[in-house]
Design a protein around this ligand. Structure first.
Ligand code: PGA
Length: 247
């Protein structure tokens, strides 16, 4: 698959007004190339309010995603957002297993696996984040960690469309991205592992995330098996984000 995704993970940034003004600037300048898909993952609140505005023209190639979802269908889970609630929004995608959620909220592969199953049941495309820590990398455990994360997060999962985002923890928000070689090597490992799990090459996309910016995106695009990027910091300013997409 030759498509390139540019997925903006806004994390806990931008009020609804900020989100709306970003999108108002973004939409008229987006080129509607078939091989590019731009996805914005704002806060749940912005997702819901953007939906109520409902003025997105079908011809605009802009999609939306959530940053998280509950691993339970409904019930006494204070503060959580269920997959059925996500259906009330514009989202088509949902990030799961981001390292911030794994580290700060103790999310396990078992929970991530439940989230992925629910998302698929309700027609969403999961964006599964995987990645090794600096210590694991130093101990040469990166490939093993990634393979284990894939097999546990995707246990008994069957779907025709899945996005895997390789995000080495040491590269997220540090300004130090992985090299093309690092990414190519890991992507080959991811592809091998996905094939082993029964996925054909046209059933999954592999993205890279971790300090992607205007200066390195062009080079990172040359990595093997790469289908795009999950972008944090460099997706917060509309001009910079647009420039990054164009490179
Ligand atoms: P970053 O974040 O681009 O700011 O490194 C990426 C991510 O956390 O998805």
């Amino acid at each position: 698959m030759n498509k390139i995704f540019y997925i903006a993970n806004w994390k806990m940034n931008k009020t609804f007004n900020d989100s709306e003004s970003f999108i108002n600037k973004l939409v008229p300048t987006l080129d509607n190339a078939d091989d590019k898909e731009v996805v914005i993952c704002p806060s749940f609140i912005s997702l819901a309010k953007l939906d109520s505005i409902n003025r997105f023209d079908e011809s605009v190639r802009l999609s939306f995603g959530a940053q998280n979802v509950s691993d339970q269908k409904y019930g006494a889970f204070t503060g959580d957002i269920s997959v059925e609630m996500l259906k009330d929004t514009l989202s088509k995608y949902c990030i799961v297993g981001h390292s911030e959620r794994r580290m700060l909220y103790g999310e396990s592969d078992i929970q991530i696996n439940k989230k992925i199953k629910l998302l698929i049941e309700f027609g969403f495309v999961p964006i599964l984040c995987i990645g090794e820590s600096l210590e694991q990398r130093k101990n040469n455990e990166g490939e093993m960690i990634i393979s284990n994360q894939l097999s546990s997060c995707l246990r008994d999962v069957s779907t025709k469309r899945l996005i895997i985002a390789y995000e080495p923890i040491w590269a997220i928000g540090t300004g130090q991205s992985a090299t093309v070689n690092d990414i190519s090597q890991m992507n080959s490992n991811i592809k091998k592992q996905m094939n082993k799990l029964g996925y054909m090459d046209d059933q999954f996309y592999i993205l890279y995330g971790g300090s992607v910016n205007i200066d390195n995106v062009k080079v990172l695009k040359t990595a093997k098996h790469i289908n795009g990027f999950l972008i944090g910091g460099a997706a917060l300013e509309v001009e910079k984000f647009l420039e990054l997409i164009k490179r």
